[in-house]
Design a protein around this ligand. Structure first.
Ligand code: RIB
Ligand code: CA
Length: 318
């Protein structure tokens, strides 16, 4: 099986941790580097979480770089401890890896890998797009060097999750998101429309938490915190599949069943729609065809069954 070389940009984060473990577990992905950015926690804490999880998974060979602490138009605001816990990992303390982050920044790592993998690198961004925007500014040829960018972010027809209109990753740095979505590279946007459509249920979480194996057990314990946050939203303990679903779509493990290529603009004004992703879906009454010249595929529907597939992949791999 051909593997996909991947750079992951994340704000680890409980569902980021799931995405990371999933990429390690998938025989289709070759994870070459991880960059962190502030979002769920600050960028340095996210790097620490990533290093510790990689060590637990026996993959301390994968380099981790710290990216931007602040957003383009605003300083980092303290993250989401109510969603991801005080340390971003639902309060779960993993053994500390002796390894430290790389000397290069996340944007430098992305640019380096894009050159090394010329035309082959897949970028998976499951966090605010601050590092990607910086990399684009530093290396204007980046769109020619990268094969594909998959972004967990936005809300096409679904409501937002941090405001009525905006999804968290886009809302934290809308200026960066606007730059990244305007750049001439092929993008797959995995918005709340699909990441909220199918959730992981409590029996699946328990399968991880009670496995007696370090990686699934740690993820299952982190998810307990995440499930409590989603209890308010869904009326039962469960969790959305934001970041791992984006990772699975990026490497072709989950097929998309409705994903038109359309123009996507990001609202950067300071009104109530700040951070909204305005997807031009006027063609949906004719079957959601592609718009000519558009380079952003917006995933509106994906193959069912991902939460079970995710849990079974993790149980097989670890
Ligand atoms: O809106 C969901 C996104 O925000 C996910 O990437 C999650 O990790 C949080 O950062
Ligand atoms: Ca994330």
């Amino acid at each position: 099986m051909d593997t996909t070389p991947v750079y992951l940009d994340c704000d680890t984060g409980i569902d980021d941790a799931l995405a990371l473990a999933y990429l390690l577990a998938s025989p289709r992905a070759e994870l070459l580097g991880v960059g962190t950015v502030s979002g769920n926690s600050d960028a340095a804490q996210c790097a620490r979480n990533t290093l510790d999880l990689l060590a637990l998974a026996g993959r301390s060979d994968i380099p981790v770089a710290i990216g931007n602490h602040d957003f383009q138009a605003a300083p980092y605001g303290g993250g989401s401890p109510h969603v991801h816990g005080d340390n971003g990992m639902g309060g779960v303390r993993l053994p500390r890896s002796p390894r430290e982050p790389e000397a290069e920044t996340a944007a430098e790592m992305l640019i380096r890998l894009a050159h090394e993998q010329r035309g082959k690198l897949h970028v998976i961004a499951v966090a605010p797009l601050t590092n990607l925007a910086e990399a684009l500014r530093r290396e204007p040829r980046l769109p020619e060097l990268v094969a594909h960018v998959t972004i967990m972010g936005g809300a096409a027809l679904a409501p937002g999750n941090i405001t009525a209109a905006a999804e968290a990753n886009i809302f934290h740095d809308p200026e960066a998101a606007a730059e990244v979505l305007a750049a001439p590279w092929p993008v797959t946007l995995v918005p709340l429309d699909v990441t909220m459509a199918e959730v992981m249920e409590e029996d699946r979480r328990r399968r991880l938490a009670d496995s007696g194996r370090p990686v699934p057990e740690a993820l299952g314990r982190m998810l307990e915190h995440y499930f409590e946050f989603y209890r308010e939203i869904f009326g039962r303990p469960c969790s959305a599949m934001h970041d791992p679903l984006a990772a699975a779509i990026a490497i072709g493990d989950v097929a998309v069943t409705d994903a038109p290529s359309v123009r996507v603009a990001v609202e950067t004004g300071n009104g109530p729609a700040r951070g909204a992703t305005v997807c031009d879906l006027r063609g949906r009454y004719r079957g959601n065809g592609d718009q000519s010249g558009a380079h952003c595929r917006v995933v509106l529907e994906a193959e069912a069954g991902f939460p079970d597939f995710l849990v079974e992949s993790l149980m097989r791999a670890f």
